[in-house]
Design a protein around this ligand. Sequence first.
Ligand SMILES: Cc1cc2nc3c(=O)[nH]c(=O)nc-3n(C[C@H](O)[C@H](O)[C@H](O)COP(=O)(O)O)c2cc1C
Length: 301
Amino acid sequence: MHKKVLAIYYTQSGQLGEIIDNLTAPLVEAGTSVSVEKVRVKLAKDYPFPWTADRFFSVMPDCVLDVPAELESFELKEPAYDLVILGYQAWFLSPSIPFNSLLQHPVLKAVLKNTPVITVTGARNMWLNAFVRVKKLIRATDAKLVGNIALVDTHPNPVSFVTIFHWMLHGKKDRYLNIFPPPGVSAADIAHTKVFGESVLTHLETGNWNGLQDELDDKKAVVLNYNLMIIESVAGKIFSAWANFISKRKNKSPWLKLFKYYLLIAFFVGAPIVLTIDAIFFRFFSPKRIRAKKQYYLNLN
Ligand SMILES: Cc1cc2nc3c(=O)[nH]c(=O)nc-3n(C[C@H](O)[C@H](O)[C@H](O)COP(=O)(O)O)c2cc1C
């Protein structure tokens, strides 16, 4: 039977588009039995890329508080699909504003009801909180999440923290000072996404999605980093307090500047303290609690 697939996403640098291209390659190569419609959505008023530091931090409150923005109008070719692939990126530990806006858009919502959905992200390395909220947005559309793929920058956390700012503020995915590694998801990891697409194709053909996530996990489509999970679980709550506070200020810019400095201190001083406390009191003594936390972040329901 002919299968119809929609892959829809927003991307600034093009990285998520490359990931989607590689993920859907096996479906495209399957020939006439599968049709793949790829849609790259745009904002009516897009954020200029590269960012300036002030503009970059200025989107934090709206990201964290799920405030949508207007999208350029778009149409879909089909009234229904056998699978929808949703590409999303994390911004400030939240679904990005464009993705949040997309999931609230009536054109997409109309095809999501009762439809299998696979999520794929191309993040720096902190996508867990965003994924929890993406799951909630998907649940609200009555779609059924059947798989999740998370690609990240696998360099050490402080290294990717430096290189992502180089990328976001200069617009080039190249080596900062010729010393640092290239930022973002590596070219090899992006190309490897094809392997996940092969698993997706097998399940698409049978229409039975049971076991897909286990196969994806075996292929390392999602690798959970314990330390990052701990940092995110603390940082998510603090970001939320900052966003609520700043959104109520008339003049936001001094507070956003303060948030920027807070972030630097939190990253290089606060995070190591949190991890030390966790290692002393929790990591080795509460395996049940840790299992529950992992489930909370990774399960598909
Ligand atoms: C404003 C902003 C905030 C970001 N915050 C995060 C974050 O909290 N966690 C993370 O892993 N990546 C974060 N990133 C990186 C993005 O998730 C993504 O990897 C990068 O922007 C490339 O995506 P693109 O395909 O849209 O160009 C952020 C990027 C931007 C622009």
